[in-house]
Design a protein around this ligand. Structure first.
Ligand code: BDP
Length: 731
């Protein structure tokens, strides 16, 4: 009963809770590490020496030493590890840690307590393996400095969007009945889960800032401070979405013009009050001139003018502004083919490269349109070498099954993060988001200083050291904007509505820490932590629960893609809520997303030669690859080209036959998933309530997948008149 423990059930702490531990380090984060260990030890019979600072360390014996800081008196084994790390010239870095095991002692060393906290959760993931063999010195640190979740939570319940915009897991964990919740224990538990997968920043309100929510910045700031108080012990800073028009709507001014002196003063003073109340406040998130939100355009100013004004107000306190690049005209004439929503962000922002302040982060959705199940990578990410770029992913499953469908998103994110927009020699998306020096024009330390974490001290420039295994992050400069995910969490007992959607939240954090991590390995980690009753290896017991979960989840994003919109076409969803199929739902609306299907063919011509010219926004080689019907990858063919139904794909299939085949296959995969899951019933290793919830949702997923299959197949059969080569019935 009660709230599900997600990936931190007490059993996950069994291995560390049975040890004799010493924790050295000062401050609240070291205190959190001590408290975590003390709780685990109380349950599993170990002991934790509270220790105040390094000077008070005694000789042990210990099985586990966790030490932050540069003090001198460490137990001998730990001192030897530290000497080795120093002799290699390695800097551990603000959030990094070093792990080693020798002479029967497991040692975690960090420069700062935040590193100790991440080291602790690493031990939790390792379980007994952290206490078995010798472990040669390993250096772990995050590839990205900012690992952030945006909550699209409203304080009030919005008449159309509900409380959590695009939320599929109940109400907000922060807000209820128009106010901050009385009981914030759930928020603390959330912070703990987030720290355990590496997240260090949370924005607590919707990017569409409505009236009540706007006031979080001013007279309701105490609520934000209370949330910050719950997140802080787990190394997480709080950020706020703000209304660009706040000087008018809250301050009573007649203008919000970013170049107006009074407006600038209003923001400076308001921001100062925020930092008086919350000294480690992270900064602002802004959706401006987008889908009806106010912005600088109303005053004839640019996005750089708008962002820089807020950045200036935040700079004295080390805060950042996340300025969203999701800007397009949502009131266009669908008959006018000269507008292409895919082009909009690049058209607006690429010319502004170099004009943004050091503490402005341009937050770019991973694809050019809007979180569709398949989009090419946004060309904006490569177009702004002198700007700090953050990549935004949608953990909440707006377009990927709304947490009623199993859709493990890490494989998609992994493709995005590893994509090299300017070819094999250029930086990956993750490296750009991490501030790859080759990419980021300005001095990395300048940007890092503007983002200096209050709780973490200086941000170091990573140096790869010889002889030390550099895990997770590679060499870093931390000048980038990091990774941002739209949260999928609500007050649902399983946190995410669909219990298996917890894996997306977990994987988001792990990929922000280590973008090169293998999605299946992350999933395996999540399974091990979440279902401690599962047998520890893939061979398992008779019900083989671990391999069943892999079979259901590993490829579930591609399954979802198969039974929904084909080959990179987007938005074949029901308008408004975006659940379920509606092939023409958006086709003739002002939102500007079209598949252009007619009797001869389908797809959007985005070429330079004959289409919207969008392919020209890519650097080489992708610009040419996407421009060419022959070279364009199948999975995004219809995103870039309008082709006849008989066009032959690289796979050897025609477009029309591909549509039929994938839609039949996708539904069959859901049928198989359902049978596999049914086989886990009563096995004892999956809690019955969780089993029942997933079983119900799989029923709905299957119903909906069939609906997609039938509508999409029938639609294209009627348009094309081409029968299925395998003679299956299409209505
Ligand atoms: C879209 C959502 C909408 C958001 C918007 C955004 O449908 O609710 O407000 O993105 O990112 O995907 O601002």
């Amino acid at each position: 009963a009660g709230v599900h423990q997600a990936w931190l059930p007490p059993e996950a702490f069994r291995a560390i809770g049975a040890r004799r531990a010493l924790v050295l380090g000062d401050g609240p984060l070291a205190g959190t590490v001590r408290d975590e260990l003390a709780q685990a030890c109380a349950r599993y019979g170990g002991s934790v020496r509270p220790g105040g600072d390094l000077a008070s360390a005694d000789g042990g014996p210990y099985d586990l030493v966790l030490a932050a800081g540069a003090g001198e008196s460490l137990p001998a084994v730990a001192a030897a590890v530290r000497a080795e790390v120093r002799s290699l010239g390695a800097e551990i870095g603000g959030e990094g840690f070093v792990l080693a095991r020798r002479d029967g002692v497991t040692v975690v060393l960090a420069d700062e307590p935040a590193g100790l906290l991440y080291g602790l959760f690493h031990l939790v993931r390792l379980g007994e393996a952290a206490f078995e063999d010798t472990i040669a010195v390993e250096h772990h640190r995050p590839a990205l400095r900012l690992r952030m979740l945006d909550h699209w939570d409203n304080v009030d319940v919005h008449p159309v969007m509900g409380q959590v915009e695009r939320g599929y897991a109940g109400g907000s964990i922060f807000w209820r009945d128009g106010a901050l919740r009385d009981d914030l224990r759930r928020v603390r538990a959330y912070a703990r889960l987030l720290a355990a997968c590496g997240i260090n920043a949370v924005a607590v309100n919707n990017v569409n800032v409505h009236t009540t929510e706007a006031r979080l910045l001013t007279d309701r700031l105490g609520d934000v401070a209370a949330i910050a108080g719950e997140l802080r012990p787990y190394g997480i800073r709080v950020h706020l979405s703000v209304d660009f028009a706040a000087p008018v709507t809250l301050g009573g001014a007649s203008t919000a013009d970013p170049l107006d002196e009074d407006v600038r003063t209003w923001w400076a003073e308001t921001t100062e009050r925020v930092y008086d109340t919350i000294p480690d406040f992270g900064g602002y998130v802004v959706k401006a001139d987008s889908e009806g939100r106010p912005g600088p355009f109303a005053y004839g100013r640019s996005h750089a003018d708008g962002a820089n004004m807020l950045a200036e107000a935040l700079a004295p306190f080390g805060g950042v502004v996340h300025w969203r690049a999701f800007v397009y005209d949502h009131r266009q004439d669908w008959r006018d083919r000269s507008t292409d929503r895919a082009r909009a962000a690049h058209d607006h922002f690429a010319p502004l490269d170099g004009l943004f302040g050091d503490n402005v982060i341009l937050q770019v959705k991973h694809g050019p349109i809007d979180f569709q199940p398949r989009e090419p990578v946004s060309p904006v990410i490569a177009a702004m070498p002198a700007t700090r770029v953050a990549v935004e992913l949608q953990v909440t499953q707006e377009y990927t099954g709304q947490q009623r469908h199993v859709c493990y998103l890490a494989p998609m994110w992994s493709e995005v993060l590893g994509f090299r927009l300017s070819g094999p020699a250029g930086p990956s998306v993750a490296q750009i988001a991490g501030g790859a020096a080759a990419h980021h024009g300005r001095a990395a330390h300048g940007a890092a200083a503007a983002n200096g974490a209050v709780s973490n001290g200086a941000v170091s420039n990573g140096a790869v050291s010889n002889g030390v295994a550099e895990l997770d992050g590679t060499a870093q400069t931390y000048g980038g904007g990091g990774l941002v995910g739209v949260s999928n969490v609500g007050d649902d007992d399983f946190w995410t509505g669909h219990p298996l959607a917890q894996a997306n939240l977990y994987a988001f954090g792990r990929l922000a820490w280590a973008p090169d991590a293998d999605p299946a390995a992350i999933l395996d980690e999540w399974i091990g932590l979440t279902f401690p009753a599962f047998p520890p290896d893939m061979t398992g017991g008779p019900d083989r629960p671990r391999s069943v979960l892999h079979a259901i989840m590993d490829d579930s994003w591609r399954t979802y893609e198969r039974y929904t919109a084909p080959l990179g076409v987007g938005f074949m969803v029901r308008p408004g809520h975006h659940y379920g199929p509606d092939v023409d739902g958006y086709e003739y609306t002002p939102w500007g997303t079209y598949h252009f299907a007619d009797r001869d063919g389908v797809g959007v011509d985005r070429t330079r030669a004959t289409g919207t010219g969008y392919t020209g926004q890519y650097p080489e080689p992708w610009s040419q690859v996407y421009e060419s019907i022959e070279r364009c990858p199948d999975e995004v063919l219809l995103f870039f080209h309008h082709v006849p139904y008989g066009h032959v794909l690289h796979s050897g299939s025609t477009v029309i036959q591909h549509i039929y085949d994938t839609h039949f296959a996708g539904v069959e995969e859901v049928v198989r998933a359902q049978a596999l899951w049914a086989g886990l019933a009563g096995a004892g290793s999956v809690p019955p309530a969780l089993h029942a919830r997933v079983a119900d949702l799989l029923d709905e997923q299957l119903r909906c997948a069939r609906e997609w299959r039938d509508q999409v197949n029938t639609y294209f059969f009627r348009k094309s008149g081409v029968p299925d080569a395998h003679g299956r019935r299409i209505w």
